[in-house]
Write a protein that binds this ligand. Structure first.
Ligand SMILES: Cc1cc2nc3c(=O)[nH]c(=O)nc-3n(C[C@H](O)[C@H](O)[C@H](O)COP(=O)(O)OP(=O)(O)OC[C@H]3O[C@@H](n4cnc5c(N)ncnc54)[C@H](O)[C@@H]3O)c2cc1C
Length: 596
């Protein structure tokens, strides 16, 4: 089953919906005019479909192997060659800072490429994905000398990066971490401890691996206030910046896991390994958050990307599979049966999935544009607003898109019937690969707590107020003469529910934190639905405008038909989420522990 990259959808989003050409005066955007971006999308799709997708299934079957003597890890066949092709074509440098060899293109372009990378092979896509996170942490917290030494090699993909937080007794609760750092007397530190489940922790296709490791200095304050961040390279760079002495760290084991088999999930042992402090002592978490936020966005994207790939497979399967007859009479009487596409229930699964994916993709693109504006807008208020949005919406992107990615992938399997449960079709691999996205990078429940407990109240609720104000202004501007009134009404209703839910949280959550926590995931979903209702209103407006202007491309008519499914069959969930969150925590807290 082939992977088909969503090129046309991205073109529509960039050119029609977000009109990215309007920012051509901003740094980086001048090189990302519509024609250039269209060419990049075509090339990215070719790379994803022809180079990456073929190694997806073989990588899943083969997995990674650890040499018990050398502790070196070999990735599945074809990964090394694909990685070489990836770096030689400059894909890892797409949005990198030109000062360090990057191409300086806006993030929204990289987001499109990253979706194709993850959709074609999510396990493979994690290797460059983690490096991207390491680049953001180094950019935020490295000294100039550290940036000069590491960034060019990470951006080119010659070296890769990893993220080391988790320890056997310490997952969500990072305050428990024990990995130790001791000053070595020469400005560096000796790092000792065990980290588990480190993605891309060891592999065979870069000449160095830069581990970003959280550790605790002796005498540091307890909890998260005493955590520092260290850069611990596999090979310590020599005076010329080339990989030198082998550091005392190794991969002690590979995890056997449900999915993403092509990505090495490593137990990493650090035995007085040489590490270099990033930022200040005990301030490590602040810098690590740059990597974590980057990774949260990347995981939301991964959930969406796998969902899209699974939907492509389900669409192909449904066209070919002949079972039963249409209830309204045979559609293909010359065949022994009709294709399963005639059945409304099959269409329900395919079209609800498509409505979720296309709305989610617009949401992802809009937020990645905010990342660009937060960095390069010349207008201070625009930078502030965009940066507020990034903070507020990152947990929504992570949890909403991965929950929906799972739903889409599950429906894609259901469309396949029994074939989906066999390994002969790709549906089961997608199902196994997508499941982790709800768990790692902070579980979705923890993302919801972050949204409700930290992001909403931050800066007196400024980000939320700005967001709600933007939606109100959009509705006010469109309401009187809109050509897509159903979308404007739906947005208005959903936004009112979000406001209602927010007020409920303010009235009930302050006095009873359990009440806020119990409703937090429903609130997050209400938020995600409001964001995607906004996106669908904007997409529908542009699709309708193209049709009214005489466009004959069936893409626009299809967009409106899929949008209708969003309004009729996805958006009503908003009501249920509001009701559930208002149920509060009493029912959940009523059972005594020994009743479980
Ligand atoms: C394949 C894979 C790859 C990974 N890659 C990396 C990596 O590269 N680097 C890295 O550092 N880590 C990595 N991880 C670890 C991952 O980030 C953690 O598994 C995840 O953050 C959850 O931590 P945990 O597994 O310890 O679960 P726990 O923290 O034990 O949580 C168990 C359950 O309790 C809930 N819970 C816990 N605390 C709270 C709370 N305060 N409030 C409400 N609910 C709570 C959680 O939501 C969850 O449902 C990886 C894990 C896997 C499986």
């Amino acid at each position: 089953m082939a992977y088909v990259a969503p090129v046309r959808d991205y073109q529509f989003l960039f050119e029609n919906v977000f009109k990215t050409d309007q920012y051509s005066n901003l740094k980086g955007f001048a090189d990302a005019d519509s024609a250039t971006v269209a060419a990049i999308l075509e090339e990215a799709a070719k790379f994803a479909e022809e180079v990456l997708h073929p190694i997806n299934i073989t990588g899943d079957k083969e997995g990674c192997t650890l040499d018990p003597v050398t502790h070196e890890v070999t990735a599945p066949k074809g990964y090394k060659e694909a990685y070489k092709a990836l770096t030689e074509a400059g894909w890892t440098a797409l949005s990198g800072d030109p000062q360090y060899g990057g191409q300086g293109l806006p993030h929204f372009v990289n987001t499109a490429f990253s979706e194709m990378l993850s959709g074609a092979s999510s396990a493979f896509g994690m290797y460059p994905g983690l490096t991207e996170g390491a680049i953001s942490a180094l950019t935020a917290g490295g000294t100039q000398a550290q940036k000069d030494l590491y960034l060019p090699k990470l951006i080119s993909g010659e070296w890769s990066g990893t993220m080391n937080l988790t320890e056997p007794h310490c997952g969500t609760d990072l305050g428990l971490l024990r990995t130790k750092a001791v000053p070595a007397g020469d400005g560096s530190y000796k790092i000792t401890g065990q980290k588990i489940w480190i993605s891309a922790g060891e592999h065979d296709f870069t000449s160095n691996i830069c581990h970003l490791v959280l550790a605790r200095l002796e005498g540091a304050p307890a909890g998260v206030k005493g955590i520092s961040l260290f850069l611990v390279p596999k090979f310590i760079p020599d005076a010329d910046g080339n990989p030198g002495e082998r550091n005392s760290l190794q991969c002690a084991g590979l995890e056997h896991k449900m999915g993403i088999h092509g990505n090495s999930t490593c137990v990493m042992m650090y035995d007085e390994a040489k590490g270099f402090l990033l930022g200040s002592e005990n301030e490590g978490l602040k810098i690590m958050f740059y990597m974590m936020n980057n990774a949260r966005f990347g995981v939301g994207l991964q959930g969406l990307a796998i969902g899209h790939a699974a939907l492509v497979a389900a669409n192909q399967f449904a066209k070919d599979r002949l079972q039963g007859r249409a209830l309204t009479g045979p559609k293909s009487p010359e065949l022994p049966a009709d294709s399963i596409l005639v059945h409304p229930d099959v269409r329900r699964m395919l079209l609800e999935s498509r409505a979720l994916i296309e709305g989610g993709r617009a949401f992802l693109t809009w937020v990645s544009l905010q990342a660009d504006l937060a960095h390069v807008s010349e207008d201070e208020s625009m930078r502030e607003k965009a940066s507020d949005y990034m903070g507020l919406l990152t947990p929504v992107i992570k949890a909403y898109l991965t929950d929906k990615g799972l739903k889409v992938t599950q429906d894609a399997m259901q469309v396949h019937g029994g074939s989906g449960f066999t390994e002969h079709f790709p549906a089961s691999q997608y199902m196994r690969d997508v499941r982790i996205t709800l768990i790692y990078e902070g579980t979705n429940g923890v993302q919801a707590l972050d949204l409700v407990g930290r992001k909403l109240p931050s800066k007196g609720g400024r980000a939320l107020q700005t967001f709600l104000g933007e939606i109100d202004a959009y509705i006010a501007a469109e309401e009187s003469d809109t050509k897509v009134p159903a979308y404007i009404k739906a947005l208005k209703d959903t936004k009112a529910k979000l406001l209602d839910g927010t007020m409920w949280l303010m009235q009930n959550g302050m006095g009873n934190p359990d009440a806020a926590a119990a409703g937090s995931l429903d609130y997050l979903h209400l938020f995600g639905l409001t964001c995607t209702a906004y996106m669908w209103a904007r997409m529908a407006k542009e699709a309708q405008a193209q049709i009214d202007a005489g466009a004959t491309d069936p893409f626009f008519d299809t967009k409106l038909k899929v949008g209708r499914v969003f309004l009729e069959r996805i958006l009503p969930d908003a009501e249920a989420h509001l009701i559930k969150m208002k149920a509060g925590s009493e029912g959940l807290m009523a059972l005594a522990d020994d009743q479980f």
